[in-house]
Design a protein around this ligand. Structure first.
Ligand code: SAH
Length: 212
């Protein structure tokens, strides 16, 4: 369903610099219209962020594709996502064969997405809680993806990343953030690439912003 619209979107993603075939293929497979409220389904395949209620958004497709490509996935990676939201990013990762753990701090959103995943048969571990603390129980992770913007990189997340692993996280102020693409070289050594000009909803928690 919606094949034409998906192909159109994938063309736009390619024009914008997404080259990873596995990422583009996942966008052809995952039905984004199932992750947005009924009233805006018509816009589900436009390259824009959309509101999902509770003042939160489903990220722009380009941003999801950019972050997924930046993770440089190989094989079946264990991934921790902070900010489940609509579940679209997690669904893309599951579609690509990854083992996904995803944390959401708003209970209603967590529950709604859990129900959606149950009904679609998407297998991921959805966790309710403050993602800035990570999820020690399943650590370490090969990859960590943070889909809300914080003032700094949470130290606990760096700890829960495997050596050789990668983390992608927007860091900045509440209006605009720089994407940090971090590689953990050793327990104490990290290398970071930065790409400016992203706009996420705030990362709220112990190692994030203190309030809405
Ligand atoms: N990945 C999502 C993006 C959702 S927007 C998607 O594909 O739709 C970001 C989400 O992060 C919001 O739902 C917000 O409630 C959540 N969030 C913000 N701070 C958080 C935290 N500390 N832990 C977990 N989730 C958080």
């Amino acid at each position: 369903m919606h094949e034409d619209k998906k192909e159109e979107l994938v063309k736009i993603l390619m024009k914008e610099g997404i080259t990873d075939k596995k990422v583009l293929n996942a966008f052809l497979k995952v039905d984004r219209h199932l992750f947005v409220p009924d009233i805006i389904k018509l816009h589900a395949y436009s390259n824009v962020a959309l509101p999902i209620g509770h003042e939160q958004t489903i990220s722009q497709p380009y941003t999801v594709a950019f972050m997924t490509q930046a993770l440089e996935l190989n094989g079946r990676n264990k991934i921790l996502e902070i900010g489940t939201g609509s579940g679209f990013q997690a669904a893309i990762l599951v579609q690509m064969g990854m083992k996904v753990f995803s944390i959401e701090r708003q209970f209603e959103i967590h529950q709604k997405t859990q129900k959606l995943f149950d009904s679609l048969g998407i297998r991921a571990a959805l966790i309710y809680g403050d993602g800035t603390l990570g999820w020690k129980e399943a650590a370490p992770y090969d990859r960590i993806i943070v889909t809300a913007g914080g003032p700094e990189v949470p130290k606990r997340l760096l700890k829960q990343l495997s050596v050789g692993g990668k983390m992608v996280i927007p860091v900045g102020n509440r209006v605009s953030q720089t994407m940090q693409i971090i590689t953990k070289i050793s327990e104490k050594e990290f290398s970071t690439k930065e790409v400016p000009n992203f706009k996420f909803v705030p990362l709220i928690g112990k190692e994030g912003w203190k309030s809405e």
